[in-house]
Write a protein that binds this ligand. Structure first.
Ligand code: SAM
Length: 283
């Protein structure tokens, strides 16, 4: 950055939301701050949402940092990487350890994020043009990952992120699922059969209910899957995420206590809703 530009930024009256030592050029590049250092209504909301999530992740990162000398966080379906960048800027920039890897299938977004990380000298931040499923077996990803995040990763990408976390022995997973159509589709296929055998099928008889109930069942199966693999699961609402209907926040902490009852209930739910064909998805 030229000196004159640095002086211009230093002379700006920044909004109170901007924290000391936060990178103004980064926030400008993410179109959160205008060139004059202002926040508009939309970007103020976006920043509030990302801060909210960073607040959830900060104690998890501190916990991991107390045990792991150089932790790795992988963000799946990174998109424009608002979360990864702001997380790095606020929590990791001043440390000499900790890596953030963004996984994204859109090559243009990967290129832009790589260029921005370089421009900000965020040396421990990288982006890879891979699907979540590909990243599971890619030799460019460390064998062990400490924290997995997936925010509105489309459809079954959240399920792949869970598999990724289990395979990479992640200590924490922070998931805000997007709509998942796969379960609802299988429920739809078996609807006539369910209607003739159980009055509970009224819960998903109407198409809009099939979609919503399918989405709910998906998240329930995800939680049971995580518990069956030794995670403690907290499900809460991502308050402040007003722009999206999908604001369920699933936080999983590995406590090494696989729950046999969760495994059993997962199997029973798959049977009750004629979802056995999806058994491997939630195993
Ligand atoms: C709704 S955006 C969310 C972006 C970002 N996480 C956020 O919350 O602002 C979902 C992103 O996931 C990417 N994506 C979808 N399926 C994916 C997959 N299987 N593997 C990796 N990325 C995926 C899309 O290209 C898109 O950028």
């Amino acid at each position: 950055m030229f000196l004159s530009e640095q002086a211009r930024i230093a002379s700006m009256q920044l909004p109170p939301e901007i924290r000391p030592h936060q990178s103004v050029p980064l926030l400008q590049a993410l179109h959160i701050l205008t060139r004059d250092g202002k926040l508009n209504q939309d970007s103020r909301r976006k920043l509030k949402q990302v801060y909210h999530l960073v607040n959830f992740i900060e104690p998890l990162l501190n916990d991991v940092l107390s045990a792991e000398s150089n932790p790795v966080l992988v963000d799946h379906g990174a998109g424009k990487s608002y979360l990864g960048f702001i997380l790095y800027d606020l929590l990791l920039k001043q440390l000499s350890v900790g890596h953030v890897i963004g996984i994204e299938t859109r090559a243009d977004l990967v290129e832009k994020s790589q260029a921005l990380a370089q421009a900000c000298a965020f040396e421990r931040m990288a982006f890879q043009h891979l699907s979540v499923a590909e990243s599971m077996v890619a030799d460019t990803i460390p064998k062990k990952v400490d924290i997995v995040t997936a925010l509105h990763a489309c459809n079954t990408a959240t399920d792949d992120a869970i598999q990724f976390g289990i395979t990479k022995q992640a200590q924490y997973m922070v998931l805000v699922p997007c709509c998942q159509a796969e379960v609802a589709e299988v429920m739809r296929l078996h609807k006539a059969e369910s209607l003739s055998s159980t009055s509970l099928s009224e819960l998903w008889r109407h198409p809009i209910h099939t979609r919503e109930f399918g989405s709910h069942v998906t998240n329930v199966l995800r939680c049971l899957q995580l518990e069956a693999h030794g995670y403690q699961v907290t499900v809460t609402e991502l308050v402040g995420w007003e722009h999206s209907m999908k604001n369920e926040l699933i936080i999983a902490k590995w406590i090494n206590q696989p729950k046999r009852s969760a495994q059993q209930r997962r199997t029973e739910i798959l049977q009750a809703f004629n979802l056995e064909s999806l058994s491997s998805r939630f195993s």
